[in-house]
Design a protein around this ligand. Sequence first.
Ligand code: F6P
Length: 356
Amino acid sequence: MKIGMLTSGGDCQSLNASMRGVAKALYNNVKDVEIIGFHEGYKGLIYGEYHTMNPKDFSGILTQGGTIIGTSRQPFKLMRTPDENGLDKVKAMKNTYKKLGLECLVVLGGNGTHKTANLLSEEGLNVVSLPKTIDNDIWGTDITFGFQSAVNIATNAIDCIHTTAASHGRVFIVEVMGHKVGWLTLHAGVAGGADIILLPEIPYDIDKVAKALKKREDEGKKFSILAVAEGAISKEDAQLSKKKLKEKRAKSPYPSVSYEIGAKIEELTGQEVRVTIPGHTQRGGEPCPYDRVISTRFGAAAANLIMNKEYGNMVGMVNGEIVKVPLSEVAGKLKMVDPDSSFIKEIKSLGISFGD
Ligand code: F6P
């Protein structure tokens, strides 16, 4: 049985652990299995760049961050657009798959990756996928691998900021990854004891943010910490069309949303503000034990789908149990933070502000 494997989109911790899970379960249960690793995601499948992997490639990688076969972003919206040499990418991917005589393609990726995985499945390829992303925003699964490791790193950044913020009596903003969804900011913000948490799903009012900071000052609190998602958005900006917002942001003098919020806070409160951006460190380093466990389970479950020929599915986890979710249901949807959820209400009940 010949299986193709690729990792696509932004990397994260635990990609290697997940591939190891799939490979070990296959080697252990299928008599003759050959795994082809495509280089740098769909690019390898399009341009026929790959190598045959062997069992020892999957040894010693459980704890290793990154991906041993590389990754790249190949936007879904451009998949139907020929490349600069006029190559039909979808046709090229199907050709590579057929030429190699693959039984199935195992895809590890986030939202964009799943749209292409679904396209390939609709085009007749056998596809099984695993949910990867530090954003935890994939539809159909409670958890994605990479998320918990990133929560640990972002929380650690807030923890480190806490001591310096306390010494200097300043306002600190820690900008956490997540352009469209705020799961990472929410979890790291709560775990790090942030006083204000700003998420893309809950547009903020800068006056309310300033009021929350003033309240803390009046209570004798010498410092404040904000956990701000990359995609945090003001109530006014949330009213703009996508195009208008893009134009406005292109003209902004600030390198990111946190600097804009910081400048407004200084103006409104007179408090001194500093911004910290852990950036891509949140995707780096080794996977935490929790991610290693779910990756191993996802890997085994994906191998199981292949052995049962249950193609066209993503493996996921709901209430701690492995599930299979049709790619057609996953593709094109985002799992967002619900502003009316009990989670948000519980956090608000502590007096933590979401700026709304
Ligand atoms: O989708 C994962 C993610 O890490 C986002 O949280 C972040 O906004 C984005 O990728 C960064 O992408 P890039 O690595 O292309 O800068």
